[in-house]
Design a protein around this ligand. Structure first.
Ligand SMILES: Cc1ncc(COP(=O)(O)O)c(C=O)c1O
Length: 326
């Protein structure tokens, strides 16, 4: 049927801004991962212990064996497994700060058997022939979505999902504080998990095509640089890239679990909301000590595009006051 001309207007959005226009678009990064594993007949996938549970669960639901690997205290592989033709190794560009390691060490070693999980690294570009996953809603306000760049071509795509009913928390956050709509947000995330393997909804695709990514890149880079200048002296995290980076967050690592708990409480009291990467890793008895300690002690401070240098100063002074280093 021919497309309509005229009629009432849709919501007014820009076009042509999607940073990965050739990507296969899904309802989530885990769906993109599942579709990739199925299309490549993968038998076994090596995955880090330090990773949210939905990713190994996704591999298992499509019948792929999961082998976990350990990381060093610089978030790099402790040992490099030999891979068969139907094996893959998934590595996360942690906080968007491990891009150089991927390009200089993992790509030359594993090439097309590597899967880069850029869910935390929206601005890290894919490398030729290396399948790369993105989860844009960790960086921008959209209800769902996942991209697969450098997937097999052609790739048979699942039925299209719908974002209908998933806008409540996003619209609510335009006018209210986050806690007012937090339970709605959690329900939406849960429903997305239950939706299973779907292509990206039209409305999410339109939203993602309308965003000023250059502004986001600049703000995140500036905010990260500013927090580095003010907080690096009290931070045990020290695997920084050589150049300014539009990271996911400023990872603040304290040297004890009790300091992290105290800091998290103080941040909450000051209405600074900090996620945890990842509770399930911290409580899993099979998690090695290094990963358990990352999961327990890391505070990912927000540096996103909603904030400027004054907000970063406020954050830094809360941390210094709480740590007694001001
Ligand atoms: C590193 C990483 N990869 C993948 C995912 C899954 O992304 P999605 O929720 O879009 O499936 C997450 C979610 O928390 C993540 O942190």
């Amino acid at each position: 049927m021919a497309e309509a001309i005229g009629g009432y207007f849709e919501m007014e959005l820009q076009r042509g801004c999607n940073p990965y226009p050739t990507a296969h678009a899904f309802n989530s990064a885990r769906s993109a991962f599942k579709a990739l594993l199925l299309a490549c007949n993968v038998r076994r996938v090596f995955m880090p212990h330090y990773l949210c549970a939905v990713m190994p669960d996704a591999a298992k639901t499509v019948g792929v064996e999961v082998v976990r690997y350990s990381l060093s205290d610089t978030l790099e592989l402790l040992q490099y497994p030999e891979l068969d033709t139907d094996d893959r190794l998934l590595y996360v560009d942690y906080f968007g700060l491990k891009t150089a390691y991927i390009q200089n060490t993992l790509v030359p070693r594993y090439r097309a058997r590597l899967i880069v999980d850029n869910s935390q690294a929206l601005f890290s570009l894919p490398v030729n022939d290396v399948a790369t996953l993105y989860s844009p809603r960790k960086f921008v306000g959209v209800p769902d979505g996942g991209w697969l760049v450098n997937g097999p071509d052609p790739l048979s795509m699942p039925e299209q999902g719908t974002a209908e009913g998933r806008f409540q928390a996003l619209l609510g956050r335009l006018v209210d504080e986050p806690q007012t709509h937090y339970s709605a947000f959690l329900k939406i995330e849960e429903a997305l998990g239950l939706e299973g393997l779907k292509s990206m909804s039209k409305s999410t695709a339109r939203l993602l095509d309308s965003i000023d990514y250059e502004n986001i890149r600049t703000r995140r880079t500036e905010n990260l640089t500013h927090l580095r200048n003010t907080l690096d002296s009290v931070n045990s995290f020290d695997t920084w890239p050589a150049t300014p980076t539009p990271a996911l967050c400023y990872p603040l690592l304290t040297n004890s679990l009790s300091s992290t708990i105290a800091l998290r409480e103080e941040l909450l009291r000051q209405k600074v909301y900090v996620p945890g990467y990842w509770h399930e890793v911290a409580v899993d008895p099979t998690t090695p000590l290094v990963e358990k300690s990352w999961a327990e002690r890391l505070l990912p401070l927000p540096i996103d595009q909603r904030y400027g240098l004054n907000d970063m100063d406020r954050l830094a002074s809360i941390i210094h006051l709480a740590m007694g280093t001001s």
